[in-house]
Design a binder for this molecule. Structure first.
Ligand SMILES: NC(=O)c1ccc[n+]([C@@H]2O[C@H](COP(=O)([O-])OP(=O)(O)OC[C@H]3O[C@@H](n4cnc5c(N)ncnc54)[C@H](OP(=O)(O)O)[C@@H]3O)[C@@H](O)[C@H]2O)c1
Length: 330
């Protein structure tokens, strides 16, 4: 059946400018790290992506190693593009990354020019694309000069294989250094993708300031701490949850009594705001004008739709913010 996107899709979400660039991002973006590999049900992943697009989500985030097996998320996304979304390519912002282990030998991970160029070519083939909108260095490489990694990103942009360049998992100092090198080459850094949620706030200690100063956008990943910032683990570990899956990156050992006590209190506070905890956790990130978009994952259409409703209530009273600090600090 031919897919026709919802005619009012772009009125259903907020779009935010990414730093000082010309590119707008949906306030919520969808990542394909989990739930889109060959171990998952293709139909479910396809339904999530098409529903996201129908709701105005224009940004889909991938990486070479997403699956499992590594590469299969890009392949499956390529099938969704080919069969359903192909005619909407110019309405999509698609990203990929390289940095983590992808293939054996010395050229299959980290930050050499050899690896980054080869990896993006593989990603483009898997997705059936001529270019990605954003290509990221997925992590800083302690053994490759930043100059080489940035030269590779600059080359990729100049070749037209990526329209924009991003950095992920670089700390504040590394970001400043990398951005300066990119600027000296004539390439801007569009966006930074750090891990950031109520449970992981390292970006508040310098990175967000650097990004604001440089006019670079910020798209936090794992904003729900992989599902911990929802009510799903309050009464045990559900069978189909990420923590229960052998290939899931969320470890059961992370779900401690101490953490669940905080989750319980946050859940109550969210209820008082007429939000689910997932919605409150996303709203809490989006209240900061430096956050361009939050990059969520979802294992069902229902989760995605629930999370999108966070946009109805992104403001917090001073009392609510204080209460959150108390709970998180306790
Ligand atoms: N740059 C990097 O190094 C890096 C690293 C990690 C991720 N990322 C990117 O960030 C994206 C998002 O990461 P993430 O998947 O960890 O994000 P997340 O939003 O923190 O977690 C998503 C998971 O939480 C659960 N969930 C979501 N909404 C829910 C709801 N309303 N109620 C109950 N459970 C809910 C689902 O897991 P269940 O399976 O349990 O239902 C879902 O798969 C990735 O896809 C990827 O694109 C980037």
């Amino acid at each position: 059946m031919t897919y026709v996107a919802h005619p009012e899709r772009n009125d259903r979400i907020t779009y935010n400018r990414c730093g000082k660039s010309g590119l707008l991002f949906p306030a919520i973006s969808l990542g394909l790290w989990h739930n889109f590999g060959d171990v998952d049900v293709f139909e479910n992943g396809k339904d999530i992506v098409l529903n996201a697009f129908d709701q105005g989500i224009t940004h889909f985030d991938l990486a070479n190693n997403y699956g499992p097996p590594a590469g299969s998320s890009e392949e499956n996304f390529g099938k969704i593009l080919e069969n359903y979304l192909g005619s909407y390519r110019d309405e999509l912002v698609i990203s990929s990354k390289a940095g983590y282990y992808m293939w054996p030998g010395p050229y299959g991970e980290w930050g050499s020019k050899k690896y980054l160029i080869a990896s993006l070519d593989q990603s483009l083939k898997r997705m059936g694309l001529e270019y990605v909108d954003i290509f990221y260095s997925h992590r800083p490489d302690p053994d490759t000069p930043f100059e080489e990694t940035m030269e590779a990103l600059d080359l990729i942009r100049r070749q037209g294989k990526a329209l924009y360049i991003g950095l992920s998992n670089y700390d504040a100092l590394q970001t400043e250094k990398a951005v300066e090198i990119l600027e000296s080459l004539g390439t801007a850094c569009l966006i930074h993708q750090p891990k950031y949620s109520m449970f992981n706030r390292w970006v508040e200690k310098g990175l967000l300031d650097v990004l604001e100063k440089k006019g670079i956008g910020c798209i936090p990943f794992s904003p729900l701490a992989q599902g911990l910032l929802t009510d799903k683990y309050l009464h045990g570990i559900p069978k189909e949850s990420r923590a229960a899956k052998s290939h899931g990156f969320l470890q059961k050992s992370e779900i401690t009594d101490e953490l669940l006590e905080k989750v319980q209190k946050l859940n109550e506070l969210a209820g008082n705001r007429d939000q689910s905890l997932a919605q409150m956790a996303l709203s809490w990130l989006l209240k900061d004008h430096r956050i361009t978009s939050v990059l969520i994952g979802a294992s069902s259409v229902e989760q995605l739709n629930e999370n999108l409703k966070c946009l109805d209530h992104v403001d917090f009273s001073a009392e609510e913010l204080d209460r959150i600090e108390t709970i998180l600090g306790s």
